[in-house]
Design a protein around this ligand. Structure first.
Ligand SMILES: C[S@@+](CC[C@H](N)C(=O)[O-])C[C@H]1O[C@@H](n2cnc3c(N)ncnc32)[C@H](O)[C@@H]1O
Length: 267
């Protein structure tokens, strides 16, 4: 399949046509199942079991298409009472190799609740196909504050100050709790998709799990965030999206991919 284009259609049907072992990374941000109640695409399942069954099918196709050293990132969010993703994680971890569970700290809470703490995170289940997935740990780092650097430089155990400084300036390895503010309605990046993910978040996943030239696959492309990131970072990409309006939206964003990626998110 020719890379760098959007395939309009149903994810399962279109995934079945893709070559096996061809994608280095899958970034899948599927419908959540009754979390975005005003979106038809999120309320199409009568029961959680139906959602899990459907998800097991498309994930199996993604794992077939994934390279042996690839990683598959699957987003999931809980609703006020809805907890389909918990059941899905259990079903997927019984069928595939669990690699990690990333927490995306959205910083800003959503879905105000009176009877509980305000929800503020989404989950990203990470599955691997083989024992040794490609993962560039150093590609995603968090800067130390200048105060921290000053303090660490006073540590007498490190004799080579220049080497120590270089190490500290590189920043610390990111944890699996990724703190990236969700997009506000007024955000420059926001383009009109109800579940658009921040470029900064997707860039962290793509940067650590692939190299330039690798293929990044997104079976639920939405507004095209994964394609924008992949293109900007020199990766190849393929996106699948059911809704032709979102295909059009994504195409427009991808045309301006370079300008959309904030300089500091390019590793
Ligand atoms: C959570 S959104 C993805 C948002 C995307 N990550 C972004 O940043 O814009 C899920 C998308 O899946 C699409 N979708 C729903 N059912 C689908 C299906 N069966 N096949 C392909 N796409 C589907 C929806 O139209 C929606 O755009």
């Amino acid at each position: 399949m020719k890379p760098n284009h959007i395939i309009c259609g149903d994810a399962v049907a279109k995934l079945r046509k893709l070559e096996e072992n061809s994608a280095q990374v899958v970034i899948a941000d599927p419908p959540y199942c009754n979390v975005l109640l005003e979106q038809d695409w999120d309320t199409q399942w009568k029961a959680v079991e139906d959602y899990v069954e459907w998800s097991v099918t498309w994930v199996a196709e993604c794992m077939r298409v994934l390279c042996d050293d690839g990683l598959c990132f699957i987003f999931g969010q809980l609703g006020k009472r809805e907890h389909g993703f918990i059941h899905l994680m259990s079903a997927l971890c019984r069928r595939h190799q669990f690699h990690d569970l990333i927490i995306w700290d959205r910083v800003v809470g959503y879905n105000e609740r009176r009877d509980s703490f305000t929800p503020c995170y989404e989950m990203i289940l990470v599955l691997r196909k083989g024992a040794q997935p490609k993962f560039h740990k150093g590609a995603v780092r968090e800067p130390y504050s200048s105060e921290k650097i000053e303090t660490y430089l006073r540590d007498k155990r490190y004799q080579d100050r220049d080497a120590r400084m270089k190490h500290l300036l590189a920043g610390k390895f990111a944890t699996n709790l990724l703190r990236v503010p969700s997009l506000k309605g007024s955000s420059k990046e926001k383009c009109g998709h109800p579940s658009q993910k921040p470029i900064e978040l997707i860039a962290k996943l793509v940067a650590c799990a692939s190299d330039p030239g690798d293929l990044v696959l997104d079976p639920f492309l939405g507004s095209g965030t994964t394609a924008v990131v992949a293109q900007s970072l020199g990766r190849n990409w393929l996106g699948i999206e059911l809704n032709p309006n979102f295909v059009e939206l994504a195409s427009q964003r991808i045309a301006f991919a370079r300008e959309l990626l904030p300089r500091e998110t390019v590793p």
